[in-house]
Design a protein around this ligand. Structure first.
Ligand SMILES: Nc1ncnc2c1ncn2[C@@H]1O[C@H](COP(=O)(O)OP(=O)(O)O)[C@@H](O)[C@H]1O
Ligand SMILES: [Mg+2]
Length: 307
């Protein structure tokens, strides 16, 4: 298996596509995960993110997934640019180029904004993105803090497509903490409810001030239960007002992600459905943001249907 993880790709290095001829100048490393390294690059003045895969087969699967998505949807066509191979230090390394997202993970975004209320807008936008993915027949599968970037006024982007799985297939790439199989809450089968479970854990992880979720990581999978997560959702004032939503997502009773999105929207906007210790959305400007993000989402859907 080709591995190049010991090669240093210094700033200023030119990465040239062997087949398509695209030339990208490396600026800096953006991040690294289990499957590859992602660099901030420039072509002319335009910034992009360029991912080099550690394992050619896994990398090709991610490229194939992104290619399928970009054939199906205008928003992924804008996200994925091209794929190619580069010669670096005498080794051939597969890479692909995507839109650069100038964002941070959800926890960092909430910290910078100084208000947990943003989680309602982030949750809404991420659920919309998931619903779009599901509509095209795919499940994201590897939902976790590291794979989602938040930018601007709670714009959300999924950035790692290694886990993308066609509906009905077995889920191959997942992270234990977010995986319903590990929580004895269902099979590892690609269906809307698989992603909704992981999304619920993600929301708990993003708003958990007590590090309780972190402590579950050390627990044996056979001892984990959905009730532990439900208790967390009830105790956390930021998720308590959406308790009904969390119960359905964690118990797998939503029929679709569209239904989950509709309930999220309803609970966040409905003043009468506050939890016992809940303060509601405190800032009026955030309600405006939330309404604006819904309009934007509806606009995107209309654009999609009319296109
Ligand atoms: N399009 C992008 N824009 C900005 N940063 C990105 C982008 N894609 C990835 N990154 C950064 O690189 C890190 C690793 O990328 P990722 O695709 O998740 O790799 P892996 O598949 O190995 O987990 C991410 O956590 C993120 O910080
Ligand atoms: Mg990742």
């Amino acid at each position: 298996m080709t591995t190049w993880s010991d090669i240093t790709v210094a700033p200023g290095t030119l990465v040239k596509g062997v087949w398509r001829g695209g030339v990208y100048r490396i600026e800096r490393l953006l991040g690294e995960g289990a499957n590859g390294r992602v660099y901030l690059v420039r072509k002319g003045n335009t910034p992009y993110a360029l991912k080099m895969g550690f394992d050619p087969l896994d990398h090709q699967m991610e490229v194939n997934a992104l290619l399928s998505l970009s054939r199906q949807s205008a928003s992924w066509r804008r996200f994925f640019r091209e794929s190619d191979d580069a010669e670096l230090d005498g080794r051939r390394i597969p890479f692909f180029v995507m839109k650069y997202i100038d964002g941070v993970n959800i926890r960092e975004f909430l910290k910078r904004k100084g208000s947990m209320d943003w989680i309602y807008v982030i949750g809404h936008n991420l659920l919309s993105r998931l619903a779009e993915l599901h509509k095209h027949g795919w499940i994201y599968a590897d939902m976790k803090l590291e794979n989602i970037l938040v930018y601007g006024y709670a714009g959300v982007e999924l950035i790692d497509y290694c886990g993308l799985t066609a509906k009905g297939r077995a889920v191959k790439q997942f992270t234990e903490l977010y995986d319903r199989g590990t929580w004895n809450a269902g099979d590892r089968v690609a269906e809307d409810s698989y992603d909704l479970f992981a999304f619920a854990v993600l929301m708990l992880a993003a708003t958990d001030q007590t590090r309780k979720l972190h402590s579950f990581q050390h627990m044996l999978p056979q001892n984990r239960t959905v009730d532990m997560l439900l208790e967390m959702a009830r105790e956390n004032p930021h998720t308590a007002r959406l308790y009904g939503w969390f119960k359905q997502a964690l118990e797998g009773t939503f029929v679709s992600s569209q239904q989950a999105l509709a309930l999220w929207r309803k609970l966040v906007l409905d003043r009468n459905m506050r939890g016992p210790r809940d303060t509601g959305i405190a800032a009026p400007w955030l309600k405006v943001c939330f309404a604006a993000s819904i309009m934007l989402c509806v606009g995107t859907v209309c654009y999609f249907w009319l296109a």
